[in-house]
Design a protein around this ligand. Structure first.
Ligand code: PLP
Length: 295
């Protein structure tokens, strides 16, 4: 099967393989019109030494944290591991030469049944590493800064904002991407209302300043990225120190290198912010990409 989809019943801990093109989600599902659910996108790397689901455990840990933030039932690791393994088997059986692909898995609050109870629903399907990702990896990206509309570190005072949870409510992130596109940039860079750099709509930002790698503290109001943490785990072998820091736009513009990092793009150099050129460190870009692809 080239375009498989797995539908997951978290209540019964069962799943069924079907086709991505088949009808799947009732419009009454609360993810469809409330965005009430959570998801993860993991990179699957197919190398000579075997298949790696990059940061598999970190993704699943974040999936559980997101579920907890939304009061969804705790996802069962055994069930979701089987779902991911079955999808990998389907994709690699259909294409023996595939080098990498993503898996997007989601848990929706589901829909309200006749008896008034809500029954969650899950699903998982493969996503390709498409052309714009290859371009971003090879040539880097440009960005414009956009006000995220809240002050940094507001999350602990306002847990209902779900800052740090990876929810299916991505309309704001999508809109920011379109807005950046209209301004001639590849990406948006969210900044808190009080001027602290946060993240891109689908990526974290890392900068290098001398021998230090710096990234915004997730507590400032952003998603704690699996890719950023994977790269930080390797900082020492790169001869670098890794730290969380409050960064201003000026810090990014004057950095010795800056990157958008996420599971699918791995690492893309940020070469321009608000029309200002940023130093590009090609060697480190390559190292970051290798680190993520190896997992
Ligand atoms: N920040 C946001 C808002 C994201 O949507 C993502 C990923 O999609 C990231 C950061 C990067 O997270 P990860 O490295 O786990 O893919």
């Amino acid at each position: 099967m080239t375009d498989p989809l797995i539908l997951v019943d978290p209540t019964d801990a069962t799943f069924a393989l079907t086709e991505l093109a088949a009808a799947q989600l009732p419009v009454t599902d609360l993810s469809a019109h409330r965005g009430d659910g959570i998801f993860e996108t993991v990179l699957v790397s197919v190398g000579e030494d075997g298949i790696t689901v990059v940061s598999r455990d970190r993704h699943f840990a974040r999936f559980r944290t997101s579920a907890s933030a939304l009061d969804l039932p705790d996802p069962d690791p055994v069930l979701w591991d089987r779902v991911i393994d079955e999808l990998i088997a389907e994709v690699t059986a259909a294409d023996a030469t595939i080098a990498e692909f993503g898996i997007r898995y989601a848990l929706s609050r589901g829909e309200v049944g006749a008896d008034g109870t809500v029954r969650p629903r899950g699903w998982a399907f493969p996503v390709p590493v498409d052309e714009h990702i290859h371009t971003a990896r090879a040539h880097g990206v440009t960005a414009v800064s956009l006000d995220r509309g809240f002050d940094a570190y507001i999350g602990s005072k306002a847990p209902w904002l779900l800052i740090g949870a990876k929810t299916l409510s991505y309309a704001v992130n999508q809109a920011a991407g379109r807005y950046a596109g209209q301004r001639g940039a590849d990406e948006a860079l969210f900044v808190s209302h009080d001027g602290i750099v946060l993240e891109g709509p689908t990526a974290n930002i890392i900068i290098r300043r001398g021998d230090r790698l710096l990234t915004p503290d997730p507590a400032a109001g952003l998603l704690s990225g699996t890719t950023q943490r994977l790269i930080f785990d390797h900082a020492e072998e790169l001869g670098l120190r890794a730290e969380y820091a409050d960064l201003s736009l000026e810090d990014v513009k004057t950095a010795d290198g800056a990157w958008y990092v996420s599971s699918m793009r791995t690492a893309a150099a940020l070469r321009e912010l608000d029309g200002n050129a940023i130093a590009v460190d090609d060697a480190l870009t390559t190292r970051f990409q290798e680190i993520v692809q190896v997992g």
